[in-house]
Design a binder for this molecule. Structure first.
Ligand SMILES: Nc1ncnc2c1ncn2[C@@H]1O[C@H](COP(=O)(O)OP(=O)(O)O)[C@@H](O)[C@H]1O
Ligand SMILES: Cc1cn([C@H]2C[C@H](O)[C@@H](COP(=O)(O)O)O2)c(=O)[nH]c1=O
Ligand SMILES: [Zn+2]
Length: 196
């Protein structure tokens, strides 16, 4: 079945589910997460939003998109804290999930099995084009996976890679446009364009 929030509202409330929103940097993951969470708040559902405390780029306690949309959140050190803080919740949102430990999948399964709608946003690939943290496992166990795309900064095509502009080989390197640009496959791998 295609993803539709309409189908979610048709479910009996005792069933939870896992949704993953993934893609490159600047692809609109956070905007889509905020959109789904605000709609849940309009429906008067009890919503809790978490992000890893390591991500302090825009604001310590807000989830903020590159377009300055925001929603209050709770920064947490690890995935087990999400379980502890979600007991009275109907919808759980998690941003920057690539930075969480591998226990995040088990936490999300427990939440969903307890009837909670879990919505996760995160990078599916790191700057090397490799699967990033717990996101690939979460994609495997999720009911719904939405892959969003940025615009390639080199050619304007849909972009699914995050190209690192600075010479630093650590996997985790917080940053914005000074450090990364979204690119399509051709531009990321600098493939030959002569057959275009
Ligand atoms: N190259 C780009 N492609 C698409 N959006 C971009 C680009 N550069 C900046 N943006 C901005 O980023 C916003 C998406 O931000 P956000 O939801 O925070 O993305 P993500 O969480 O995937 O990094 C877009 O609405 C747009 O305003
Ligand atoms: C590709 C890549 C990214 N990061 C960092 C850079 C940003 O701080 C976040 C991603 O933020 P966004 O909301 O998806 O734009 O992750 C990193 O640490 N390592 C990487 O390889
Ligand atoms: Zn391109």
């Amino acid at each position: 079945m295609l993803f539709s929030e309409h189908n979610l509202t048709l479910r009996p409330a005792r069933y939870g589910s896992i949704e993953v929103i993934c893609g490159s940097m600047f692809s609109g993951k956070t905007e889509e997460l905020i959109r789904r969470l605000k709609r849940a708040q309009y429906a008067r559902l009890n919503v809790e939003i978490f992000k890893p405390s390591v991500d302090k780029r825009y604001d310590e306690k807000l989830v903020v998109s590159h377009d300055s949309n925001s929603i209050p959140s709770t920064p947490v050190e690890n995935s087990s804290a999400i379980l502890l803080l979600s007991s009275a919740t109907q919808v759980v949102g998690i941003d920057e999930a690539q930075f969480f430990d591998d226990g995040l999948s088990e936490v999300c399964v427990k939440l969903a099995n307890n009837g909670i709608r879990v919505i996760i946003a995160g990078l599916d690939m790191d700057y090397k084009g490799q699967p990033f943290g717990p996101i690939p496992s979460l994609m495997a166990i999720a009911e719904h996976v939405t892959k969003v795309h940025a615009v390639c900064m080199q050619c304007g095509a849909p972009a699914n890679y995050s190209y690192r502009l600075i010479a630093d080989t650590q996997t985790v390197l917080l940053g914005e446009k000074e450090a990364y640009e979204p690119r399509c496959r051709q531009c990321y791998y600098q493939l030959d364009r002569q057959n275009d």
